[in-house]
Design a protein. Structure first.
Length: 143
């Protein structure tokens, strides 16, 4: 049995190499980490996104609700663990449907540092579901 210490986990490499978007923002909602998956999903390079408000990727009509939830999570120091399908905005203005999971990030003493999100494009799946529902509605007998 070896007593050698375990190698350090390469968190930075994991974040850079994962296909999903990984976004970290501080307590004020300013983007502080943006991986290549986030750049691919939302179209903004890290250089364009870092230091910007999360409003960069939130559709205007959803911002008020987003910030209410964000402030509540920061205040509580926690948020739900479920994956949510929500809307996002691509740099080119395209509207996206995005599966996101969120977590509040704390330091060793429990102080809230910010929030992290992992996101994946769900636009194709959502649009296929909408089309399928529309076809089913058209095929339903009128009566």
């Amino acid at each position: 049995m070896s007593t050698a210490p375990a190698p350090a986990v390469p968190w930075e490499r994991i974040a850079c190499d994962m296909a999903d978007a990984l976004i970290y923002c501080d307590r004020e909602g300013v983007i502080r980490a943006w991986n290549p998956g986030a750049a691919a999903l939302f179209g903004f390079s890290a250089q364009e996104a870092l230091g910007q408000s999360l409003d960069l990727i939130i559709p205007p009509h959803l911002r008020q609700a987003h910030w209410r939830g964000f402030d509540r999570a920061i205040e509580r120091g926690s948020c739900g663990r479920e994956v949510r399908t929500t809307r996002g905005t691509h740099k080119e203005g395209r509207k996206l449907y995005v599966d996101m999971s969120f977590s509040v990030v704390t330091d060793g003493s429990g102080q809230v540092l910010g929030c992290a999100a992992v996101a994946r494009d769900a636009t194709g799946r959502h649009l296929a579901h909408v089309a399928q529902a529309a076809q089913a509605a058209q095929a339903a007998p009128k009566g």
